[in-house]
Design a protein around this ligand. Structure first.
Ligand code: PLP
Length: 451
């Protein structure tokens, strides 16, 4: 335990083993009636949350490294967001396709926070809907039908988004995917197949892209859709300069360049948009998660001339841009600015990453720590030399962390990456207490020989 946590009152408090009695009863009722199609989570039934602190139905208190799933960037139940939503709900919950003042304000606010060339947006409801829209826009603008995606890419579970993605999970068992998708390798430095460091890996991936497209394209390339870092595949950040190379390649080929910023935006990496790290100028951007911080909202943004290829009636969403979501969009952008949350993400993320890197030096199971801002992946392996993935240990660690007062989840191509993604409002005391819990859980399990 760090001195700071030991000296002051702890935020977290968990009684006994998990699930607690009320959680256990609710989990049993839930399993009886709702299809069990979700991934593994700690057996905790959330009751309420504020900022970074979650309380379950048994009264246990946890620090949260999940943010839902990288959603609640302004913190759980931020008072300003709650007030904006409550006020909106009392006035008008839904209309369709006709603007409200709150929708106009939300669109103005969103566009004013985007890089200048992205001057038009459209509101949708989910991230998958936004990436589908990005794909459709690229096809419509170019009149071509091929889209390039990446190994390990994740853009949602709808047909086109799962097809463009390069994760097996959303596709396996569902038959042929959408025709016209070409997938190329994405640089995964920890498991690089080539020598030559970052430059060698970038060169390899760019060569493979060129080769794959040459072999697979029928000559009808519309564009390329990529995440700034691979989210679901395990918070895999490409070497600096790779995304710039990709954009340059698209320009050279005369195809559109689209970014999936569904999870990488809204300050998560320490800048409002991940594209800002390399001053990228995508033609289309898919936005989700943090845009609504839990209020179901998503959007697509694009250069006016690109999205302008779509005519009346070609894009619409039943509850997209509804007055409640719109109020949330505006309130969240105000909070992001007022509280300088991207800066806080960078500051707190630097502290967290440094301590996690130290932990990796002391742990035989923590093979890699990577990330930027408040999106950090901890890749667990059975052996640091062979790098054999340790997904079972990830599950054990999730459970033990919860029993010690920290909520974490896992991702990864192999299911062996712990997500470090707290709300961006996390402060230093919360950072250190949560890291103390992670350290204790990791090292205890290791000592107990669980892995
Ligand atoms: N794109 C990325 C990068 C994501 O991480 C996700 C969800 O995790 C999606 C798209 C899909 O978003 P949704 O679940 O809101 O459809």
């Amino acid at each position: 335990m760090s001195v700071s946590t030991a000296e002051r009152e702890k935020i977290t408090h968990v009684t006994g083993r998990l699930p607690g009695p009320k959680s256990a009863a609710l989990l049993e009722r839930w399993h009886r009636v709702e299809a069990q199609t979700t991934g593994y989570q700690a057996p905790v039934v959330w009751d309420r949350a504020q900022g970074v602190v979650v309380t379950d139905v048994d009264g246990n208190r946890y620090l949260d490294w999940t943010s839902g799933v990288l959603v609640t960037n302004v913190g759980h139940c931020h008072p300003k967001l709650v007030a904006a939503v409550q006020q909106a709900v009392a006035l008008l919950i839904n209309n369709y396709e006709c603007p409200t003042e709150s929708r106009v304000k939300a669109a103005e606010a969103l566009v004013s926070h985007l890089p200048g060339h992205l001057d038009k947006c459209f509101f949708l409801t989910t991230g998958g809907e936004a990436t589908e829209a990005a794909t459709r826009i690229m096809k419509r603008k170019t009149g071509c039908y091929e889209v390039i995606g990446f190994h390990g890419g994740f853009h949602g579970r709808t047909f086109a988004s799962a097809s463009v993605g390069g994760m097996a999970g959303p596709k396996r068992g569902y038959g042929p995917t959408m025709p016209g998708v070409i997938r190329a390798p994405f640089p995964y430095a920890y498991r690089s197949p080539v020598d030559g460091g970052d430059k060698g890996l970038i060169d390899f991936c760019m060569t493979m892209l060129e080769e794959t497209v040459r072999a697979s394209s029928s000559g009808s390339l519309a564009g390329l859709l990529v995440e700034p870092y691979l989210g679901a595949a395990g918070f895999i950040f490409p070497p600096d300069g790779y995304l710039t190379e990709l954009e340059r390649w698209c320009r050279q080929k005369g195809i559109l360049f689209a970014l999936d910023e569904v999870q990488s935006s809204y300050g998560r990496t320490g800048k409002m948009w991940a594209m800002e790290w390399e001053n990228l100028t995508p033609d289309v951007v898919a936005i989700g998660k943090g845009i609504g911080c839990g209020v179901p909202t998503a959007a697509v943004a694009a250069r006016g001339e690109v999205i302008g290829a779509l005519g009346p009636g070609e894009m619409s969403s039943t509850v997209g841009g509804n007055p409640v979501s719109s109020a949330a969009v505006s309130a969240i952008l105000e909070i992001m600015d007022e509280e300088r949350l991207a800066d806080n993400a960078l500051r707190m993320g630097t502290i967290m990453k440094a301590r996690l890197v130290e932990m990796a030096e002391r742990s035989r199971l923590l093979g890699d720590v990577r990330g930027r801002g408040l999106v950090i992946g901890m890749e667990l392996v059975k052996d640091k030399r062979t790098k054999e993935p340790a997904p079972e240990f990830a599950r054990e660690l999730i459970h033990r962390c919860a029993e010690n007062g920290l909520l974490v989840g896992s991702v990864g191509i192999f299911g062996n990456v712990i997500r470090v993604a707290p709300p961006l409002v996390i402060d230093e005391a919360e950072v250190h207490e949560s890291l103390d819990i992670m350290e204790k859980s990791l090292l205890d399990l290791q000592t107990e020989g669980i892995a």
